[in-house]
Write a new protein. Sequence first.
Length: 113
Amino acid sequence: MNITEIENTHISRIGGRCSATAGEPFNIAVTVFHEMTKDHYIETIAIGDGEQDYVVVELVPEVTAPRVSLPVRLEKTTVLKVCVCCNKHGRWETSWPVEVTEQTNCQSKEVSF
């Protein structure tokens, strides 16, 4: 396997929103096109901000697929880091920027004429 093939099977593909409202959950979907055999598999998929992991999913070879969809709730604009760990090739990281805007409070007012 050449370096391009190794990279293509270890870099996660991320799907989800690039913008969100502060405090409201939204889904991030992660897929890794990698084999899942007893000898070569993705051990974990982690989503965090580079300083801490928000969630870590442990995978079982020959039983699970390297795909997850997880709800995330952010309070500020963040570059999410999705890290996958292969038992043979180590840790691979992909970035996903999410712009977070403040929640708007639209209060209806009664108007009299």
